[in-house]
Design a protein around this ligand. Structure first.
Ligand code: ATP
Ligand code: MG
Length: 547
């Protein structure tokens, strides 16, 4: 039975949420206890269906996860890892990685996720900044940094240890009992580097109680239920893949699918059918690729997904409608950031109306505001910066950036924790994303957010993706310029540029439409799939300077 959003907010109580957990967020709490050990008494309880692109499969129970991660925790201790040390993992969606992360938490050490597509500089920046003692990875990955003489220890999943053991021989050589470190709820559990959409990535610290802070998001926005089979395709190198898609469902004791392989629309449909996936979450680009695969592909599969969620970037109305038409279910857009968590969402558990293009309403248990430069809340309908009230409920989730007090304090304005993103609220309280504060275009006295213009362009059948930036202009300060990736079957031309400009002009307004359009093969993106508008804008400014 769907519930009303208003009732969810009214009846919400953190004290009640606390009773769900084995530990106490105000006292002793450990993420490995919550996401693994507490569910391990039942030998049949399935935690993970694992599959790779070669078709290898494994089924992991919570009991097996506990046994192997206990062994691994003993193994890490034998390498000298202790409470507070930083251990990085750089692997794909491997079970070796999942047990390593649990083992790191069991010791009270801090996990640093590294994405496998990172190059040498990206790896070394994060490894040095967080001063890791150990990197768990494989031969392919470590070859990227071997010539940098890294000072940390390395454990390879496909290599041989000093004692001549393979990774699994190493793990199996230790006892399957480990006394977990009684970490405090506020002790750091993860240093998660941000995506770097706006500059150098920052190491955001999450605490063990972060898993408890996630509860309302998992239960209401994703609407995870006991009988769900959850499939979250995001990589474990990112906050969403690590905390939301993997250890989130595990903390609720439910089944989750871990697929190791490149993203491919048809493969996703196959996995959904094979494991009877009921609950799915990924990023907008992936949903757009699933849409682009066409209805013929989709009709081949028997898909039982009842809940679709998207996060990470603005979700355009077109793709939401496609899912509504073909799956009988809209995609629910969720908004958040590494530092603040998922704070504005559409809730799969409710019967709230979905307004395509809007990211929904504040997360129960939190107070979200839109504030001006002085830290005052703006009037309804006006654009402000999304911020979290740190004095309310569980507002103070942010534990600062590792080794970076300056950037940490820039994140706080009075009682508010800043997101760096702009939005406005409509008369029903729904949030509408306007773009990152840094991406706003200033043209002839207007401040124009790129999001609305991009969403409007994507409504046109020719447009697959769009990024809108400010191009320097003598008279107007900046003009609106759109970079466009075309759908298959469309060719760049002046006529098409003209058509697209007019299309936006007629739908939005005279001041928002793109005065200039450039067709491009692909948009510059972070490895987590976020458009880096600042690079396109920089390009425009450099072109101007070189004239
Ligand atoms: P950096 O802080 O290093 O520039 P980043 O902000 O992209 O990188 P993340 O924390 O991974 O790093 O991403 C959070 C950002 O993603 C948000 O601040 C917001 O700009 C964007 N975002 C996330 N979800 C949504 C959404 N549903 N709609 C629009 N934007 C979103
Ligand atoms: Mg950010």
């Amino acid at each position: 039975m769907a519930v009303k959003y208003e009732e969810l907010v009214k009846n919400f109580s953190w004290d009640e949420v606390k009773t769900f957990y084995a530990g106490s967020p105000d006292g002793i709490m450990n993420m490995a206890q919550e996401a693994c050990d507490r569910w391990a008494d039942d030998p049949d309880r399935i935690a993970i269906y694992w599959e790779d692109s070669l078709g290898n499969t494994e089924t992991w129970t919570y009991q097996k996860l506990k046994e192997k991660s206990d062994k691994m925790a003993n193994g890490l201790c034998s390498l000298g890892i202790k409470k507070g040390d930083r251990v990085a993992g750089m692997l794909g969606k491997d079970m070796e990685l999942v047990i390593t992360i649990l083992a790191v938490w069991k010791i009270g050490a801090i996990y640093v996720p590294l994405f496998t597509a990172f190059g040498p500089d990206a790896i070394m920046h994060r490894a040095t900044d967080s001063e890791i003692s150990l990197l768990v990875t494989n031969r392919e990955q470590i070859s990227k940094v071997e010539d940098r003489n890294p000072s940390f220890q390395v454990l390879l999943t496909d290599g041989i240890t000093k004692d001549g053991k393979s990774f699994w021989e190493f793990v199996e050589s230790f006892p399957d009992q480990f006394e977990m470190e009684p970490t405090n709820g506020l002790d750091p559990s993860v240093i998660q580097y941000t995506s770097g959409s706006t500059g150098l990535p920052k190491g955001s610290i999450a605490a063990h109680k972060g898993i408890y802070n996630l509860y309302p998001y998992l239960k209401y926005a994703l609407h995870m239920e006991d009988d769900d089979v959850f499939f979250g395709a995001a990589d474990l190198g990112w906050s969403n893949g690590l905390l939301v898609c993997t250890f989130g469902p595990l903390s609720l004791g439910i089944k989750t699918v871990v697929y190791k392989g490149p993203f491919q629309a048809e493969k996703v449909f196959q996995i959904m059918e094979k494991y009877g996936v009921t609950n799915f979450s990924y990023i907008p680009t992936a949903y757009r690729m699933m849409m682009a695969a066409g209805t013929d592909v989709l009709k081949k599969y028997n898909i039982k997904v009842r809940k679709f969620s998207s996060a990470g970037e603005p979700l355009d109305a077109e793709v939401t409608r496609f899912f509504q038409d073909n799956f009988g279910r809209a995609i629910y857009d969720h908004y958040g950031a590494t530092e603040i968590g998922m704070i504005v969402n559409n809730y799969n558990i409710t019967d709230m109306p979905i307004k395509p293009g809007s990211m929904g309403l504040p997360l129960p248990g939190y107070k979200v505001g839109l504030i001006d430069e002085q830290g005052n809340e703006v009037k309804q309908g006006q654009v402000g910066q999304i911020a979290l009230d740190t004095t309310m409920g569980e507002g103070l989730k942010f534990r600062g950036y590792w080794n970076n007090p300056e950037k940490s304090s820039e994140k706080i304005r009075g009682k508010w924790l800043l997101s760096g993103d702009l939005a406005k609220q409509d008369e029903d309280g729904y949030f509408w994303f306007q773009g990152r504060a840094d991406d706003v275009i200033s043209s002839a006295g207007y401040r124009i957010g790129p999001t609305e213009v991009e969403a409007s362009l994507m409504e046109h059948p020719a447009v697959l993706e769009a990024a809108v930036v400010g191009k320097p202009d003598k008279t107007k300060g900046e003009i609106v310029k759109a970079y466009i990736v075309l759908n298959q079957g469309y060719e760049p031309s002046d006529e098409l540029s003209e058509t697209l400009s007019l299309f936006v002009k007629n739908k939005l307004s005279k001041h928002q439409y793109p005065k200039e359009i450039e067709f491009i093969d692909s948009l510059p993106k972070t490895q987590s799939g976020k458009t880096q508008r600042f690079l396109l804008k920089k390009r425009e400014y450099e072109k101007q300077a070189n004239r």
